[in-house]
Design a protein. Structure first.
Length: 327
């Protein structure tokens, strides 16, 4: 077993609240185990460019509560090439780095697995994405914070929707997954929730909105996941509904990147702290190609490849609860 003397940490892909808390945790765990730590800026791109900074326990003071990532993040096209990965490997060698912690989503983990196959380089993944679309963990870093941000925004939209008796379509993030939409929708009391995992269809949507009018509701919120395919996009969907339900005045609000920013929730900070420690301990124990995950409130591990290939199932019970709540 090769001795791990120096661990690199980086954030990759879309940023998520709690990434700083995870960096802090990796750095402090390294310090605790007397292992050197180095931060790589801008994910794989920084690895290719040799953009790195030594990190000590004191380098990560006062970041546990900060959104974004002090190490910056990027989606690297160059790392998809053999040439790019070779350059990255050479930089790791040059800096005497023995192992890597990647905080990111499945694109970042896929890069990690390819890299490990080519260079046998020890890698542990920490799931960080607001989308919560990673198999092997009930929660990814940033998801809880993003949910609270979305609920807070929808609450505000509800105030104005109600004052004007309007129907609002609120688009939330989630490129391919409806976790934010479903949970924020239930939490904020949405009339309908449109997610990619379930095709409600335009007719049923119209029917349901008519029903809510008949039931005496004067304003409504429909939460639409970015990845939903019911309409071509949220604006066309809103136009379609306005054309077909004349007594509705419709507005659209796209929450967008605000969901990726802001102070991480306590849940995300605690999760990040636990995951960072576990990632360092795994590497020191000679483990590789694993992702750290949370299941039944226990920190567990899963093969990185399984995490990439598997799909987190949407909670069907929540869909049922949402249906009942719109009565
Ligand atoms: O994967 C996280 C995410 O925020 C998705 O919800 C969204 O589709 C995407 O990233 C946006 O990416 P970018 O910041 O590159 O526009």
């Amino acid at each position: 077993m090769r001795k791990i003397k120096k661990i690199a940490v980086m954030t990759s892909g879309g940023d998520a609240p709690g990434m700083n808390a995870a960096i802090r945790s990796v750095v402090r765990a390294c310090a605790y185990y007397r292992t050197e730590c180095i931060g790589i800026y801008r994910g794989y791109q920084g690895m290719i460019e040799g953009d790195m900074i030594p990190l000590t326990a004191r380098s990560v003071n006062n970041i546990v509560h900060k959104g974004g990532t002090i190490l910056k993040s990027a989606r690297s096209k160059d790392f998809r090439t053999e040439e790019g990965r070779k350059k990255a490997y050479e930089n790791l060698q040059e800096n005497n780095i023995d192992a890597l912690v990647v905080i990111g989503g499945d694109g970042s983990f896929t890069g990690g697995v390819v890299f490990n196959n080519e260079y046998d380089f020890p890698i542990i993944g920490i799931p960080g994405t607001i989308d919560n679309d990673i198999f092997g963990t009930t929660h990814t870093l940033g998801y809880d914070t993003a949910l609270n941000t979305a609920v807070d925004a929808i609450d505000k939209i509800r105030d104005t929707a109600s004052s004007h008796n309007r129907l609002f379509f609120v688009e939330v993030m989630g490129r391919d997954a409806g976790f934010i939409a479903l949970n924020a929708g239930v939490g904020a009391g949405a009339e309908e929730i449109l997610i990619p995992e379930e095709d409600l269809g335009l007719d049923r949507l119209l029917e349901s909105l008519k029903k809510s009018r008949r039931a005496g509701k004067s304003s409504s919120i429909v939460v639409v996941s970015e990845g939903d395919k019911t309409g071509k996009n949220v604006f066309e969907l809103a136009d379609y509904v306005e054309e077909n339900l004349e007594d509705y005045e419709v507005r659209v609000s796209v929450l967008g990147h605000m969901q990726r920013g802001g102070t991480p929730s306590c849940f995300d900070r605690v999760l990040a702290s636990r995951m960072g420690v576990k990632a360092v301990e795994l590497l020191i124990d000679g483990k590789t190609n694993l992702m750290v995950g949370l299941n039944n409130n226990e920190i567990e591990t899963i093969d990185l490849e399984k995490a990439i290939k598997g799909q987190n199932e949407i909670n069907r019970e929540l869909l049922r609860v949402s249906d009942i709540m719109t009565t």
